[in-house]
Design a protein around this ligand. Structure first.
Ligand SMILES: *Cc1c(COP(=O)(O)O)cnc(C)c1O
Length: 501
């Protein structure tokens, strides 16, 4: 299996090369030449544990890793860093099933991929006889940063630098990052939003002069963002696993279609669900849930991706679109990088066309897809939930089921409820539950009508939810702040040079 760039089909890389590079030199994202299909039945997979399913899925994409190498990566990633034997938990409630993806070390779903990426990358470095030290540059809307730091801290042959929007993440997210230990880590707040951070990082990747300068000094950049195919592939696993568990528990019949609803930011997690469908998992609808930053909702409804204007009731893009900070900060994104991979697929892998659309997004702030491409989006539905709808979903689910969900998951729950009511679709649905409510105690307590002022919010939330405080939270209480650098976006490059000096 080779990988090619969404903007240039002539470039061909092995999986390990693609993982090392992160982003193609032409600015495109790596895509498998052909989307694979499972070579075992879902019934067979239903008898396997998470690691074994991970192997069965990942071996189809990472064909230049030996069985021994891949199993080494999987076994070291999915160990007792996770607080549950199964690595994920399925919480069932009526027709909905919450797929809890937050049982890893940083209590957000990013751990599912970022606990294995360092192993995939260092194995790739060995395979490709890389001489340089790998420098991970990452922009984060809050959760990727900590999960990447945790994954790469003190991994020999790597360094990691994380940029986050100084005023755009939750207090706990920030504290998790600025207290990160490790001799090879650096955390920097930027004055700007997530898109600014992401653009700054992308610009450095595309800065040939900077790359050459660092190469001479023995460094090479790579990415831990979901633009790296090594992030996306491990995320496919849990959708396959969820289906097989539902099958094993006889919640669904063999071959029965399920829907999947994903709270979406950069379009990575939902794209992984789409890949799972292509693998042969019976998936009906993929429901893309956004918060008020609803650029994806507008896109799926109209075929126009416009980061500068919002769609009105008539389908016209007239109103100025503002970037909004919400209680689901990991979805406060206006440029969903991974959508490029879907665009590439629906335009028939036409690299020229895909590159032109992406160019127009940079130049004009928007692009429009044609009818034939729109016709290939039938697997998707999309909706958004504003702050009130999100809070109402947290409250309702707690009142009905004594189950507390985080604001990101609540966006998905609210959107799915609306989708179900409007479509009459009664298929069972897996809702990706992407973060522990303990990561966002203020927003969750407010939604529940509880006191959200002062300190010890997590303890208060514990009294309500009765769910044990995860180690990720208790460890924070006495952790020392180790990183306090803040800079403007145009200083990011300087900060990288300083870090590597
Ligand atoms: C990153 C994140 C998301 C969005 O995932 P994408 O892959 O960027 O679409 C949703 N919820 C949480 C908690 C996250 O950390």
């Amino acid at each position: 299996m080779y990988y090619k760039s969404t903007r240039n089909n002539a470039l061909r890389y092995t999986a390990s090369e693609a993982i090392l590079k992160g982003l193609s030199d032409d600015g495109g994202l790596f895509m498998p030449e052909k989307l694979p299909v499972l070579d075992k039945s879902l019934k067979e997979l239903a008898e396997m544990d998470y690691r074994a399913v991970a192997y069965e899925v990942m071996k189809l994409y990472l064909t230049d890793y030996t069985e021994e190498e891949l199993k080494y990566c999987i076994d070291h990633a999915y160990d007792d860093k996770f607080d549950t034997e199964d690595k994920v938990v399925l919480h069932r409630e009526g027709n909905a099933c919450y797929l809890e993806l937050f049982h890893g070390p940083t209590i957000a779903f990013k751990d599912m991929a970022l606990s294995i990426l360092p192993y995939l990358m260092t194995t790739a470095a060995k395979k490709n006889e890389l001489k340089e030290e790998i420098v991970i540059l990452t922009a984060t809307s809050g959760d990727t940063g900590k999960a990447a730091l945790a994954g790469f801290a003190d991994v020999p042959g790597t360094r990691i630098m994380v940029f986050y929007p100084k005023d755009g993440v939750s207090k706990i997210q920030e504290k998790q990052m600025v207290t990160q230990k490790g001799g090879n880590v650096r955390v920097v707040g930027i004055r700007g939003n997530f898109d600014d951070a992401q653009n700054g990082v992308k610009a450095m990747f595309n800065d040939k002069e900077l790359r050459d300068e660092l190469k001479n000094r023995g460094y090479v950049f790579s990415s831990a963002n979901s633009i790296n195919i090594g992030r996306l592939i491990p995320q496919i696993v849990y959708y396959v696993y969820a289906y097989t568990k539902l099958l094993k528990e006889a919640v669904i019949a063999d071959g029965e279609e399920i829907n999947i609803c994903v709270p979406t930011g950069n379009f990575g997690n939902i794209l992984a669900a789409y890949f799972a469908k292509q693998l042969g998992v019976p998936v009906g609808r993929l429901v893309c849930a956004s918060n008020k930053n609803r650029v994806l909702t507008d896109f799926f409804k109209s075929g126009t991706y416009d980061k500068l204007h919002e769609m009105d009731d008539k389908g016209e893009f007239t109103e100025k679109r503002e970037f909004m900070l919400t209680s689901s900060p990991s979805m406060d994104i206006l440029i969903s990088s991974n959508l490029e991979r879907l665009i590439y697929l629906i335009c028939g892998e036409d690299d020229f066309k895909c590159a032109a659309l992406m160019k127009s997004l940079v130049r004009d702030g928007s692009y429009e897809i044609d009818e034939s491409m729109r016709g290939k989006l039938k697997d998707f539905s999309a909706g958004f939930a504003d702050e009130e709808a999100c809070a109402a979903a947290i409250k309702k689910i707690y009142e009905e089921d004594s189950y507390v969900i985080d604001p990101h998951t609540a966006v998905a729950a609210a959107v799915y409820e609306k989708y179900g009511a409007e479509s009459g679709d009664t298929r069972k649905c897996v809702i990706a539950s992407t973060a522990s409510p303990y990561k966002f105690p203020e927003a969750v307590l407010k939604a529940l009508g509880a006191d959200a002022q002062g300190e010890e919010l997590t303890d208060r939330l514990h009294e309500i939810s009765k769910v044990n405080l995860p180690a990720a939270i208790t460890e924070l209480k006495n952790a020392a702040v180790l990183h306090d650098t803040v800079c403007d976006t145009d200083e990011m490059k300087e900060k990288v040079r300083e870090f590597l000096n």
